[in-house]
Every structure is written in C-alpha cells, then in structure tokens.
Design a protein around this ligand. Structure first.
Ligand SMILES: [Zn+2]
Length: 216
C-alpha cells in the first residue's frame, strides 16, 4: 500500500492547481486553453514530487480526465488519505522546547495534524508569538514579540493578503567578536491566524529561511 507522502503545504498547492483547472473548465471556452491549463497544473504538481513512485504519479496524474465538479472533488478526496501528519507534540515537549519561558501559553493540541505545516499560537497577555516546526526532521520552537498591524498585509509564510502581525524574534546567531550586549532582531509580517495560514501555505522556503535566521 502507498504510504502517506504529501505534506500539508503540498496538498494546498495541489488544491490550488486543481482549483485553477476547475475554474478554467467552467469559464474558458477555448478547449486548447483549457488543455494547456490542465497540462500546466499536472506538470507543476509532478514537479513537487521529483522522486514520486509510479503509484504516486498515478494518484496525482490524470488531471486531463477531470471534467465534472464531482471529478475534481473526487481527485482531492483520493489525494487526502496520502497526507502526512505534522509530528504530534505533547505539552511536555512544547515546555521543553521553550524551557526558559516560565509563563508559556500552551496552544490547542487536539487538532487535525494533517492540516498543519507549522504550529503557531499567540499569547495576547504578553504579546508573544510562538512557532513550532519540524526543521530537517527535528522539532524546533521559536518565540518572539508580535505587534498587531490592524490592517491587511502580505504574510511572508503563505503569501496571502491577510490580517497580519509583525513578528519579531531575537536571532541566536552571533558574529565572532561581537559585544556581550549584541543582538539582532529579525522580523516579518505574518498571518495573525495560524490556522488560516496553514490552509494557504504552499511553500515552506520562506518559513524555513526565517526559522534558520532565528535559531542561528
Ligand atoms: Zn499566512
């Protein structure tokens, strides 16, 4: 049997491509254009999985056969069982990740871990934002201040126009010979609602770059 191999952000990417095709089928009258949209979507999905086995390619391919609304839904439901889960974390593990923080707020942990690329939560009482992510197979946690912007902006993680906060964390990297009071803050605008962000993220490159910047 085929093992789960699709991460949440990849699933979001697939969903987005399928949505393009469905939209083109419903609005574009030139069949050649529809075909090229189908072809493009299939190619982009395949590019996500350069090492895909034949069965996996079979599962993801055949987008040219999708015609009706039911077909598109069917495609996505056939893909969903192959989603991997975010590594389930316990409260104890989270406390360990942020062991220096004695006032740590624990997030809701009873969630569907398939639909998580990262765990993010905020503690409004102290203006803190926390993030947990499996970086290179190891769970890491970062924390920082958040400043509400009270307006919509582009989130650096999911690239969508959403209600954002400015997340600022202190980087642990120190250049050689730096003074004891040296510090470097790294900041980015990101979704206030990490659940929405997890529904929209299609690429982990910016997120991983940021986490690496912070953990040094
Ligand atoms: Zn976002």
């Amino acid at each position: 049997m085929n093992e789960p191999f699709i991460r949440n952000h990849q699933y979001n990417f697939i969903k987005k491509q399928i949505e393009y095709v469905r939209h083109a089928c419903g609005t574009v009258t030139d069949p050649k254009i529809v075909e090229s949209v189908r072809y493009g979507a299939e190619a982009k999905i395949m590019e996500l999985f350069p090492d895909a086995a034949d069965v996996q390619m079979q599962l993801l391919g055949n987008i040219s056969a999708l015609q009706t609304v039911e077909d598109f839904q069917q495609y996505l439901s056939s893909v969903e069982p192959y989603m991997t889960q975010f590594p389930q974390v316990t409260e104890k593990q989270i406390r360990k990740l942020f062991h220096k923080n004695k006032k740590l707020a624990i997030p809701e942990l009873a969630i569907d871990y398939r639909y998580a690329t990262y765990l993010g939560w905020i503690d409004i009482s102290v203006n803190k934002l926390y993030m947990v992510y499996p970086l290179d197979g190891q769970i890491v946690g970062i924390e920082g201040k958040f400043t509400p912007t009270n307006k919509k902006g582009i989130c650096f993680i999911c690239n969508r126009h959403e209600e954002t906060v400015l997340f600022t964390a202190i980087s642990k990297s120190r250049p050689a010979g730096s003074l004891p009071d040296y510090y470097k803050a790294v900041g980015n605008y990101m979704c206030m609602d990490s659940r929405e962000c997890n529904k929209n993220i299609t690429d982990v490159a910016s997120l991983e770059r940021f986490i690496r910047d912070v953990i040094g």
